[in-house]
Design a binder for this molecule. Structure first.
Ligand SMILES: Cc1cc2nc3c(=O)[nH]c(=O)nc-3n(C[C@H](O)[C@H](O)[C@H](O)COP(=O)(O)O)c2cc1C
Length: 329
């Protein structure tokens, strides 16, 4: 069962970034943040190696899977596979603007097809008992978001869908790269707050441009939660505030040395299963961002972790630059 308030703080689904190693790392920094997988397409799950794609570590809980697709039957099959694998929430991607996703006519393109989104959600919710949620933009292209977003939310909410994570900027499907689509269209947090005021029965989560926990709490005060993406990845130590400040668990600040020790044990276990060290360490490069020694930490990890035979000792050696020679020894 999903904890009641797990959505108060979540870490965004990010392709190529929030894989299981990254999520394990983020879990060392917060016991309570809700974690999301990278987007997995329904087709990949149905026709590919679902067991491998859905594999996660029990310590990642609470964890949600994000699916991509626009065909209700396929999404329902995929959702069932994900529920059976143990995920506590199935999230539908209605926000990704990449060409690859557009050619499959899902992701952000679905903002223009709320009835289809509602059908997809209904098809999934019929076959799973965990909540089905939607992550969307405020609009796309020429849509007048002030009108189109409330209409979208009302139609999809009737599916039923109770939880919406709203990336508070439009996506431009033509002319902007996915990266530009995360920076150029302006943020409109007020529109997200308007949705919550109109639909207090829904759980509305704010996403987009939030820098840290204080910022997230301030902007989501009238909402049900906040989701951090890039800031959590590039400056993961911001997550050290989550359990105390968001979930009120005093005395639960992580200790950087304990985090590193956990990552070393994990790396050893994963290497024994054939995972290269670099697949894990690439996610922890930002751990000491802004601190003295951070550059040497990153350099040691980037240069030494990909070498053949590299083991957890590389993490200790890199940490020496920040935490002192006792670590490097
Ligand atoms: C590298 C990267 C990959 C992303 N992949 C996904 C994805 O698979 N599904 C999704 O809904 N959003 C994806 N996003 C968007 C994020 O989930 C989030 O909505 C966006 O980055 C805005 O939040 P932020 O300003 O806190 O980063 C991705 C973002 C980045 C930077």
């Amino acid at each position: 069962m999903e904890p009641v308030n797990a959505h108060r703080f979540s870490i965004a689904p990010m392709m190529d970034w929030t894989d299981r190693h990254c999520r394990f790392f983020h879990r060392q920094l917060s016991c309570h943040a809700l974690l999301y997988t990278e987007m997995i397409t329904a087709k990949a799950l149905i026709h590919g190696d679902a067991e491998k794609l859905l594999h996660f570590d029990a310590s990642e809980y609470p964890v949600a899977v994000q699916l991509g697709g626009a065909e209700p039957d396929e999404l329902a099959q995929a959702a069932k596979l994900a529920e059976d694998a143990g995920y506590g929430e199935i999230n539908l991607n209605v926000g990704c603007p990449s060409d690859r996703v557009q050619s499959g006519a899902f992701g952000a393109a679905l903002m223009a097809q709320p009835e289809l989104v509602a059908e997809c959600v209904a098809a999934m919710q019929t076959v799973v008992s965990v909540p089905v949620t939607v992550k969307c933009r405020i609009g796309i292209d020429e849509q007048e978001a002030e009108q189109s977003l409330p209409a979208f939310i009302d139609i999809v909410a009737a599916a039923p869908c109770k939880t919406f994570i709203i990336h508070a900027r439009k996506a431009w499907l033509k002319g902007l790269s996915p990266k530009d689509n995360r920076t150029i269209p302006p943020l409109d947090y007020d529109l997200v707050r308007t949705i919550k005021a109109a639909r207090p029965d829904l759980r509305i989560i704010l996403n987009g441009g939030l820098a840290d926990v204080d910022h997230a709490l301030a902007e989501s005060a009238a909402l049900d939660g906040a989701m951090l993406g890039r800031a959590a990845y590039h400056t993961p130590w911001v997550l050290a505030d989550v359990d105390e400040k968001v979930f009120g668990k005093s005395g639960q600040r992580p200790d950087p040395e304990a985090v590193l020790e956990a990552m070393m044990v994990y790396a050893g276990q994963q290497i024994a299963k054939g995972v290269p060290l670099h697949a894990i360490t690439r996610h922890i490069l930002g751990l000491f961002a802004g601190e003295p020694g951070a550059r040497a930490w990153r350099r040691t990890l980037s240069e030494d972790a990909p070498r053949p035979g590299a083991g957890p000792e590389v993490i200790a050696r890199a940490a020496g630059a920040v935490l002192g020679e006792s670590w490097a020894a």
